[in-house]
Design a protein around this ligand. Structure first.
Ligand code: DAV
Length: 372
């Protein structure tokens, strides 16, 4: 075989093939203790009332249209787009020896799958309602496996009660997921998480790939053991660095620290990097740290901040896919000399994910390099 079916080392090499998520069958997650750190407080009543049931059909249809829009825009740029399966069982109760839950099954492929080189890694996840979300991708993954890809499922946590900090003050903290960033008086809680270290867990979107260097964020859904698992699994060819941001509610890195090419990274202004070693690493390599403007999309944000505006997708170092209504962000990219590819996508924001979240690179043309 000339090329590997799965091969991607960073976020900006020329994109050849990508998964765009599928939203059909998404179910309202139940507002459990841990999900309170994920769902913004102003929507808790909706989740109390609808938890375990399908979302209103209109919401799902509009998000499905947004995902189709993304597929068409990417195809017009010459990218092969694959879509995972629909599911019809997300609102069924599933039971393991340790817990029972209904599903969520949103479209955010980026949370579930991590591609490193020719390997596709299924993340173990940390939220019970997302335990079986990998199922959506199994027919695609199996196809890639049949074509020669390496396929790994990271150890599934038991997700028993020990994995969660039942004293975590989510009533105080979930508010700050709102607009991103954190006022000074909650500073001491920056670094406390809903997950414990009882067993490894991670979501794939807490890892950002820069060739041989991979940044990893300890978050509500990724613990230190999960990051250690990744480092030991990938071995000495890769350096996995833990990075910390000023954020009391971190969940996924892709609206916080987002590479837009070999030399440049976007940093979310209210969530600056607090790791001196990482800042030094970027400075020494003369990488530019840029601060984009806030998002302006007229959308509902149940599970994320407005900073989904910077949750963009690079087709290569010249072309960036941006949500059509994010005008300040579009202007910002144009001033950097990038070609902006616009897509109507804001109707997907309500399910927590932007353009990067709702996709997973399968193949980018490029080789394994050291950028630092
Ligand atoms: O709330 O800004 C969004 C990333 C979700 N996958 C945020 C993080």
């Amino acid at each position: 075989m000339d090329t590997f079916p799965v091969c991607s080392y960073n976020e900006w090499d020329p994109l050849e093939e990508i998964i765009v998520g599928t939203i059909d069958g998404v179910s309202v997650p139940v507002l459990t203790h841990d999900m309170k750190t994920f769902i913004r407080k102003e929507y808790w009543d909706f989740y109390r009332e609808h938890g375990g049931k399908p979302y209103p059909i209109d919401m799902v249809k509009k998000a499905a249209q947004a995902l189709d829009n993304l597929q068409h825009v990417l195809e017009a740029e010459g990218v092969t787009v694959r879509r995972p399966d629909s599911v019809g069982y997300a609102h069924h109760v599933f039971k393991t020896p340790y817990f029972a839950s209904t599903g969520f099954f949103n479209a955010d492929a980026r949370d579930v799958l991590l591609v490193v080189g020719d390997e596709i890694i299924e993340a173990p996840m940390a939220q019970r309602c997302r335990y079986f979300e990998f199922m959506r991708y199994r027919s695609l993954i199996q196809e890639y496996f049949n074509q020669g890809a390496r396929w790994t499922a990271a150890p599934k946590p038991k997700m028993c009660d020990d994995l969660y900090d039942w004293d975590y003050p989510e009533d105080d903290m979930s508010f700050f997921r709102g607009e991103g960033g954190v006022p000074d008086h909650v500073g001491p809680l920056n670094g406390r998480f809903i997950t414990t270290e009882s067993e490894p867990c991670f979501d794939a979107a807490d890892f950002t790939r820069f060739g041989r260097d991979i940044l990893a964020q300890r978050s509500h859904v990724t613990n230190d053991l999960g990051i250690q698992w990744m480092q030991r699994h990938l071995g000495s060819e890769y350096r996995v660095h833990t990075v910390k941001f000023r954020d009391p509610g971190p969940i996924h890195m892709d609206a916080t620290w987002v590479p837009i090419g070999e030399g440049r990274v976007l940093s979310c202004p209210p969530r600056p990097c607090l790791s001196p070693d990482i800042l030094e690493m970027f400075e020494k390599a003369r990488r530019e740290i840029l601060y984009p403007p806030p998002g302006v999309a007229d959308a509902e944000f149940h599970m994320s901040s407005r900073w989904l505006s910077m949750n963009i997708l690079m087709i290569d170092e010249e072309r960036v896919v941006v949500e059509r209504s994010e005008e300040p962000t579009i202007k910002f990219f144009k001033e950097l000399g990038l070609k902006t590819i616009l897509v109507d996508f804001k109707d997907h924001y309500v399910f927590g994910g932007g353009l990067h979240c709702a996709t997973c690179d399968i193949r980018r043309r490029g080789t394994l390099k050291s950028y630092f």
